[in-house]
Design a protein around this ligand. Structure first.
Ligand SMILES: C[S@@+](CC[C@H](N)C(=O)[O-])C[C@H]1O[C@@H](n2cnc3c(N)ncnc32)[C@H](O)[C@@H]1O
Length: 252
Protein backbone atom coordinates (compact mmCIF):
# COMPACT_ATOMS: atom_id res chain seq x y z
CA UNK A 1 0.00 0.00 0.00
CA UNK A 2 1.97 2.97 -1.29
CA UNK A 3 -0.06 5.47 0.75
CA UNK A 4 0.62 3.76 4.05
CA UNK A 5 3.18 6.43 4.89
CA UNK A 6 3.53 9.24 7.42
CA UNK A 7 1.47 12.35 6.72
CA UNK A 8 4.60 14.54 6.78
CA UNK A 9 6.21 12.47 4.02
CA UNK A 10 3.08 12.89 1.88
CA UNK A 11 3.00 16.63 2.55
CA UNK A 12 6.60 16.99 1.40
CA UNK A 13 6.22 14.80 -1.69
CA UNK A 14 2.72 15.42 -3.14
CA UNK A 15 1.03 17.75 -0.66
CA UNK A 16 3.36 20.54 -1.84
CA UNK A 17 1.46 20.41 -5.18
CA UNK A 18 -2.00 19.26 -4.08
CA UNK A 19 -2.42 22.18 -1.66
CA UNK A 20 -2.33 24.46 -4.73
CA UNK A 21 -5.15 22.50 -6.37
CA UNK A 22 -7.49 22.65 -3.37
CA UNK A 23 -8.94 26.17 -3.85
CA UNK A 24 -9.35 25.48 -7.58
CA UNK A 25 -11.23 22.25 -6.84
CA UNK A 26 -13.48 23.98 -4.31
CA UNK A 27 -14.20 26.71 -6.89
CA UNK A 28 -14.93 24.11 -9.57
CA UNK A 29 -17.51 22.43 -7.33
CA UNK A 30 -18.92 25.81 -6.21
CA UNK A 31 -18.33 25.05 -2.53
CA UNK A 32 -19.93 27.77 -0.41
CA UNK A 33 -20.76 28.44 3.24
CA UNK A 34 -23.30 26.10 4.78
CA UNK A 35 -22.98 23.33 2.19
CA UNK A 36 -22.34 19.73 3.29
CA UNK A 37 -19.27 18.44 1.46
CA UNK A 38 -17.54 15.05 1.19
CA UNK A 39 -13.76 14.79 0.52
CA UNK A 40 -13.08 11.35 -1.00
CA UNK A 41 -9.48 10.07 -0.71
CA UNK A 42 -8.65 12.96 1.61
CA UNK A 43 -5.07 11.87 2.38
CA UNK A 44 -3.70 13.95 5.28
CA UNK A 45 -6.14 16.72 4.33
CA UNK A 46 -4.93 19.21 1.68
CA UNK A 47 -8.44 19.65 0.28
CA UNK A 48 -10.13 19.07 3.65
CA UNK A 49 -8.47 22.26 4.94
CA UNK A 50 -9.94 24.33 2.10
CA UNK A 51 -13.40 22.82 2.60
CA UNK A 52 -13.30 23.50 6.35
CA UNK A 53 -12.31 27.12 5.65
CA UNK A 54 -15.26 27.55 3.28
CA UNK A 55 -18.10 25.70 4.98
CA UNK A 56 -17.00 24.83 8.55
CA UNK A 57 -15.79 21.56 10.12
CA UNK A 58 -19.28 20.46 11.05
CA UNK A 59 -20.28 20.42 7.39
CA UNK A 60 -17.29 18.42 6.09
CA UNK A 61 -16.81 14.64 5.97
CA UNK A 62 -13.74 12.86 4.61
CA UNK A 63 -12.76 9.27 3.80
CA UNK A 64 -9.53 7.49 2.91
CA UNK A 65 -8.50 3.81 2.94
CA UNK A 66 -5.06 4.59 4.44
CA UNK A 67 -4.91 4.25 8.24
CA UNK A 68 -2.05 6.71 8.64
CA UNK A 69 -3.87 9.35 6.58
CA UNK A 70 -7.17 8.85 8.43
CA UNK A 71 -5.30 9.29 11.72
CA UNK A 72 -3.55 12.43 10.42
CA UNK A 73 -6.71 14.02 9.01
CA UNK A 74 -8.62 13.22 12.22
CA UNK A 75 -6.00 14.87 14.40
CA UNK A 76 -5.62 17.88 12.11
CA UNK A 77 -9.39 18.44 11.84
CA UNK A 78 -10.91 16.94 15.02
CA UNK A 79 -14.41 18.24 14.24
CA UNK A 80 -14.53 16.76 10.73
CA UNK A 81 -16.24 13.35 10.33
CA UNK A 82 -13.19 11.39 9.05
CA UNK A 83 -13.72 7.70 8.27
CA UNK A 84 -11.63 4.86 6.88
CA UNK A 85 -13.34 3.87 3.62
CA UNK A 86 -12.86 3.58 -0.14
CA UNK A 87 -14.73 5.50 -2.81
CA UNK A 88 -16.22 2.26 -4.14
CA UNK A 89 -18.15 1.71 -0.89
CA UNK A 90 -18.97 4.98 0.86
CA UNK A 91 -20.41 4.69 4.39
CA UNK A 92 -23.10 7.37 3.93
CA UNK A 93 -26.78 7.38 3.05
CA UNK A 94 -28.12 8.54 -0.34
CA UNK A 95 -28.19 12.30 -0.96
CA UNK A 96 -26.36 13.24 2.26
CA UNK A 97 -24.05 15.88 0.67
CA UNK A 98 -24.37 18.95 -1.56
CA UNK A 99 -21.12 17.99 -3.28
CA UNK A 100 -18.56 15.18 -3.29
CA UNK A 101 -14.97 15.90 -4.38
CA UNK A 102 -12.01 13.62 -5.11
CA UNK A 103 -8.66 15.35 -5.57
CA UNK A 104 -5.94 13.14 -7.16
CA UNK A 105 -7.82 9.93 -6.31
CA UNK A 106 -9.76 8.54 -9.32
CA UNK A 107 -6.60 7.07 -10.90
CA UNK A 108 -6.04 4.99 -7.75
CA UNK A 109 -9.58 3.62 -7.53
CA UNK A 110 -9.87 -0.12 -8.24
CA UNK A 111 -13.21 0.57 -9.98
CA UNK A 112 -13.39 4.28 -10.98
CA UNK A 113 -16.92 4.16 -12.45
CA UNK A 114 -18.21 2.53 -9.28
CA UNK A 115 -16.28 5.02 -7.12
CA UNK A 116 -17.62 8.06 -9.01
CA UNK A 117 -21.07 6.42 -8.99
CA UNK A 118 -20.87 6.12 -5.20
CA UNK A 119 -19.91 9.80 -4.98
CA UNK A 120 -23.05 10.58 -7.02
CA UNK A 121 -25.22 8.33 -4.81
CA UNK A 122 -24.28 10.18 -1.62
CA UNK A 123 -24.81 13.59 -3.29
CA UNK A 124 -28.31 15.11 -3.43
CA UNK A 125 -30.18 15.54 -6.73
CA UNK A 126 -28.74 18.57 -8.60
CA UNK A 127 -25.66 18.46 -6.36
CA UNK A 128 -22.12 18.37 -7.77
CA UNK A 129 -19.47 15.67 -8.14
CA UNK A 130 -15.96 16.90 -9.02
CA UNK A 131 -12.58 15.24 -9.42
CA UNK A 132 -9.10 15.89 -10.77
CA UNK A 133 -6.12 13.71 -11.70
CA UNK A 134 -2.63 14.61 -12.86
CA UNK A 135 -1.95 14.75 -16.60
CA UNK A 136 0.36 11.74 -16.41
CA UNK A 137 -0.36 10.65 -20.00
CA UNK A 138 0.27 14.06 -21.57
CA UNK A 139 3.56 14.53 -19.69
CA UNK A 140 2.44 17.61 -17.73
CA UNK A 141 2.04 16.00 -14.30
CA UNK A 142 4.54 16.94 -11.57
CA UNK A 143 6.26 13.54 -11.79
CA UNK A 144 6.87 13.65 -15.56
CA UNK A 145 10.60 14.30 -15.30
CA UNK A 146 11.05 11.44 -12.82
CA UNK A 147 9.08 8.93 -14.93
CA UNK A 148 10.85 10.07 -18.16
CA UNK A 149 14.21 9.38 -16.53
CA UNK A 150 13.00 6.03 -15.16
CA UNK A 151 11.75 5.02 -18.63
CA UNK A 152 15.08 5.96 -20.25
CA UNK A 153 16.83 3.57 -17.87
CA UNK A 154 14.16 0.86 -18.13
CA UNK A 155 11.68 1.13 -21.04
CA UNK A 156 9.46 -1.52 -19.43
CA UNK A 157 8.81 0.55 -16.30
CA UNK A 158 5.15 0.71 -15.20
CA UNK A 159 4.76 4.47 -14.85
CA UNK A 160 1.41 6.18 -14.10
CA UNK A 161 0.50 7.04 -17.71
CA UNK A 162 -1.89 4.09 -18.14
CA UNK A 163 -4.02 4.78 -15.07
CA UNK A 164 -7.70 5.71 -15.42
CA UNK A 165 -8.46 9.40 -15.98
CA UNK A 166 -4.90 10.56 -16.65
CA UNK A 167 -5.31 11.09 -20.41
CA UNK A 168 -7.22 14.02 -21.92
CA UNK A 169 -10.98 13.53 -21.85
CA UNK A 170 -10.97 10.24 -19.95
CA UNK A 171 -12.07 11.65 -16.60
CA UNK A 172 -15.16 13.20 -18.24
CA UNK A 173 -15.83 9.85 -19.96
CA UNK A 174 -15.77 8.09 -16.59
CA UNK A 175 -18.16 10.71 -15.18
CA UNK A 176 -20.55 10.02 -18.06
CA UNK A 177 -20.34 6.27 -17.49
CA UNK A 178 -21.12 6.84 -13.82
CA UNK A 179 -24.38 8.57 -14.83
CA UNK A 180 -23.51 12.21 -14.13
CA UNK A 181 -25.07 14.88 -16.35
CA UNK A 182 -23.83 18.22 -17.71
CA UNK A 183 -20.25 17.00 -17.38
CA UNK A 184 -17.65 19.72 -17.98
CA UNK A 185 -13.87 19.43 -18.16
CA UNK A 186 -11.10 21.88 -17.38
CA UNK A 187 -7.39 21.98 -16.56
CA UNK A 188 -6.01 22.96 -13.14
CA UNK A 189 -2.47 24.17 -12.54
CA UNK A 190 -0.19 23.63 -9.55
CA UNK A 191 3.12 24.71 -11.13
CA UNK A 192 5.66 25.05 -8.32
CA UNK A 193 9.09 26.62 -7.97
CA UNK A 194 11.68 24.46 -6.16
CA UNK A 195 14.71 26.14 -4.58
CA UNK A 196 17.20 23.39 -5.49
CA UNK A 197 17.56 19.89 -6.91
CA UNK A 198 17.94 18.45 -3.38
CA UNK A 199 14.73 20.09 -2.18
CA UNK A 200 12.88 18.60 -5.17
CA UNK A 201 14.48 15.13 -4.95
CA UNK A 202 14.60 14.37 -1.20
CA UNK A 203 10.84 13.62 -0.85
CA UNK A 204 11.09 10.99 -3.63
CA UNK A 205 13.22 8.98 -1.16
CA UNK A 206 10.34 8.76 1.34
CA UNK A 207 8.45 5.97 -0.46
CA UNK A 208 5.22 7.86 -1.19
CA UNK A 209 2.87 6.78 -4.01
CA UNK A 210 3.84 4.73 -7.08
CA UNK A 211 6.96 6.86 -7.80
CA UNK A 212 8.28 6.59 -4.24
CA UNK A 213 7.54 2.86 -4.14
CA UNK A 214 9.30 2.34 -7.49
CA UNK A 215 12.41 4.17 -6.29
CA UNK A 216 12.44 2.28 -2.98
CA UNK A 217 12.31 -1.03 -4.89
CA UNK A 218 15.43 -0.33 -6.97
CA UNK A 219 18.86 -1.71 -6.11
CA UNK A 220 21.13 1.06 -4.68
CA UNK A 221 23.20 1.53 -7.87
CA UNK A 222 20.06 1.80 -10.05
CA UNK A 223 18.54 4.25 -7.56
CA UNK A 224 21.71 6.37 -7.78
CA UNK A 225 21.59 6.17 -11.59
CA UNK A 226 18.02 7.43 -11.67
CA UNK A 227 18.89 10.27 -9.30
CA UNK A 228 21.82 11.29 -11.51
CA UNK A 229 19.66 11.24 -14.64
CA UNK A 230 17.14 13.56 -12.97
CA UNK A 231 19.99 15.72 -11.67
CA UNK A 232 21.37 16.15 -15.20
CA UNK A 233 17.96 17.19 -16.52
CA UNK A 234 17.49 20.03 -14.02
CA UNK A 235 19.36 23.27 -13.34
CA UNK A 236 21.15 23.94 -10.02
CA UNK A 237 19.21 26.93 -8.88
CA UNK A 238 15.50 27.53 -8.50
CA UNK A 239 13.39 25.89 -11.22
CA UNK A 240 9.69 25.44 -11.82
CA UNK A 241 8.04 22.04 -12.16
CA UNK A 242 4.91 22.09 -14.31
CA UNK A 243 1.97 20.37 -12.59
CA UNK A 244 -1.27 20.26 -14.57
CA UNK A 245 -4.35 18.22 -13.74
CA UNK A 246 -7.40 17.22 -15.75
CA UNK A 247 -10.55 18.09 -13.85
CA UNK A 248 -14.22 17.29 -14.37
CA UNK A 249 -17.46 18.27 -12.69
CA UNK A 250 -20.90 16.86 -13.26
CA UNK A 251 -24.37 17.12 -11.73
CA UNK A 252 -26.41 14.40 -10.08
C1 LIG B 1 -2.42 11.44 -4.26
S1 LIG B 1 -3.30 11.14 -2.79
C2 LIG B 1 -4.45 12.52 -2.73
C3 LIG B 1 -4.74 12.96 -1.31
C4 LIG B 1 -5.50 14.27 -1.18
N1 LIG B 1 -6.80 14.18 -1.82
C5 LIG B 1 -4.71 15.41 -1.76
O1 LIG B 1 -5.21 16.09 -2.66
O2 LIG B 1 -3.58 15.65 -1.30
C6 LIG B 1 -4.34 9.79 -3.22
C7 LIG B 1 -5.21 9.35 -2.06
O3 LIG B 1 -6.21 8.44 -2.55
C8 LIG B 1 -6.39 7.44 -1.57
N2 LIG B 1 -7.02 6.30 -2.24
C9 LIG B 1 -6.45 5.28 -2.91
N3 LIG B 1 -7.39 4.45 -3.38
C10 LIG B 1 -8.59 4.95 -3.02
C11 LIG B 1 -9.95 4.55 -3.18
N4 LIG B 1 -10.26 3.43 -3.86
N5 LIG B 1 -10.92 5.30 -2.64
C12 LIG B 1 -10.62 6.43 -1.96
N6 LIG B 1 -9.35 6.87 -1.77
C13 LIG B 1 -8.35 6.13 -2.28
C14 LIG B 1 -4.99 7.18 -1.03
O4 LIG B 1 -5.00 6.53 0.21
C15 LIG B 1 -4.46 8.61 -0.96
O5 LIG B 1 -4.75 9.22 0.26
Amino acid sequence: MTFNVAAGAYDRFMGRYSVLLSPQMADLAGVAAGQRILDVGCGPGSLTAELVARTGSENVAAVDPSTSFVDAASSRYPDVDVRQASAESLPFEDGRFDAALAQLVVHFMTDPVRGIGEMARVTRPDGVVAACVWDHAGGKGPLALFWDAARELDPSVADESQLPGVREGHLAELFGQAGLRDVRSTVLSADLEHPSFEAWWAPFEEGVGPAGAYLAGLAPERRAGLRERCRAALPDGPFTIIARAWAARGEV
